[in-house]
Design a protein. Structure first.
Length: 394
């Protein structure tokens, strides 16, 4: 405060207030500078330490990378050994031949996701001198794509030195595995699903060799039926006949007409996914068996997916018209005539109701007095409810 004792000579005034004056000393100024620049100084020290560490590590980088690679190899080998021991893998036979023979093979990933009792192992056989191309037909959801992947993964595991998920496996070495599986477009480059499919197929036809394994799933499905069938057949014929190809091929398709190639091309074999029909029910057995599918069961799969029963019934009627038209009028013309037939419900005006109409089966079930029913009456009522649930009101 003013009028107080004399201050030391190193006290320098900083700010004058109404009742007081603030002072600082050179030493306090130095401390202030140190505090204010501490963060910047710390960053500089850290950068310097980091540069020294980088320089030291860079000198030892070759040894560290070699050690990491060695640990990675040990890790992979240990993981493959553990899987082989715990999941009943076998040591495959590798040779320079062209035979791929897998007995009771399993998908290495899929079998771990399903209960043991539900997974169905399958055999596979490919041979450039005999069964060079396997054409696989069968319903959707029956396991065609899983079997294709299973064979390709088994070959890959065998050639990296792993045991394989099978009872026995003999693998003739392959130089490359080519796959055309799935459906996707490339919006960024303006390529449609069909264009992507054709680009991948072209890459296979240009670069495959007699020692390659080619896996093709649903070639030609991205375009019209006739174009797709023509392309699929031409691809099979090219893989079979081209001198520089002749490679082992798995070809899954819904074009049942392709199965006729077994009688035309000597190294084509047909297999199908086994199906059990019990009345109106269809059970997919997941087994690959010799032969060809005679139908696709697409309507059954549509029903499983929850498509309304009225839509499925209409689809079944259209399918019957198409099949009759194909047989009697001629394929293309018959299809056109069948598609021109109106739907029996199309002429009815579409009126959206506020509430859904009551289900006859549900209404009948609610009206039943369970306590007053005899066993025979209960069975009779059960049959009536089943008939109503199936849409039969008679």
């Amino acid at each position: 405060e003013r009028g107080g004792p004399a201050l030391p000579p190193d006290y320098l005034p900083k700010q004058s207030l109404a009742n007081a004056t603030r002072y600082f000393t050179p030493q306090l100024k130095e401390y202030e500078t140190v505090v204010l620049t501490a963060e910047e100084t710390l960053a500089g020290i850290e950068a310097d330490v980091f540069k020294r560490v980088v320089a030291q590590v860079a000198g030892a980088a070759p040894a560290m990378l070699a050690a990491a690679a060695a640990v990675a190899e040990v890790d992979v080998a240990a993981a493959l050994a553990e899987v082989a021991a715990t999941r009943d893998y076998v040591r495959p036979e590798l040779d320079e031949g062209s035979v791929i023979e897998i007995e009771q093979g399993r998908h290495p990933t899929l079998e771990t996701l399903l209960p043991p009792a539900e997974y169905v192992p399958n055999d596979a056989h490919l041979d450039c001198d005999g069964a060079q191309i396997t054409i696989l037909t069968g319903p959707n959801m029956a396991g065609k794509s899983s079997w294709l992947r299973q064979v390709a993964l088994t070959v890959l595991l065998a050639q990296i030195g792993s045991y394989v998920p099978a009872r026995r496996a003999r693998i003739g070495l392959v130089d490359r595995i080519f796959t055309r599986i799935g459906a996707q477009d490339d919006i960024a480059t303006g390529q449609s699903t069909f264009m992507v499919e054709m680009l991948e197929t072209a890459n296979i036809l240009h670069h495959a060799t007699p020692r390659s394994l080619v896996v093709l799933d649903e070639i030609g499905r991205g375009t019209s039926t006739y174009d797709g069938l023509a392309i699929a057949r031409a691809v099979v014929e090219h893989l079979h006949n081209a001198p520089r190809l002749g490679c082992r091929t798995l070809f899954a398709t819904h074009y049942h007409e392709l199965t006729e190639l077994e009688a035309i091309l000597p190294r084509v074999r047909c297999c199908t996914m086994d199906v059990l029909e019990e009345g109106d029910k269809v059970v997919f057995l997941r087994r690959v068996v010799p032969g060809a599918a005679d139908r696709s069961y697409g309507l059954h799969v549509a029903g499983l997916a929850g498509i309304p029963r009225a839509v499925v019934r209409r689809a079944r009627a259209v399918l019957e018209d198409l099949e009759v038209g194909r047989a009697s009028i001629g394929d293309r013309h018959g299809r056109r005539e069948a598609m021109r037939r109106p739907s029996p419900i199309a002429e009815q005006p579409l009126q959206l109701t506020l509430f859904a109409p009551p289900d006859p089966a549900l209404e009948a079930l609610r009206a039943i007095d369970i306590e007053s029913l005899s066993p025979l009456e209960a069975i009779t009522k059960l049959f009536e409810l089943q008939r109503l649930a199936n849409g039969d009101s008679t």
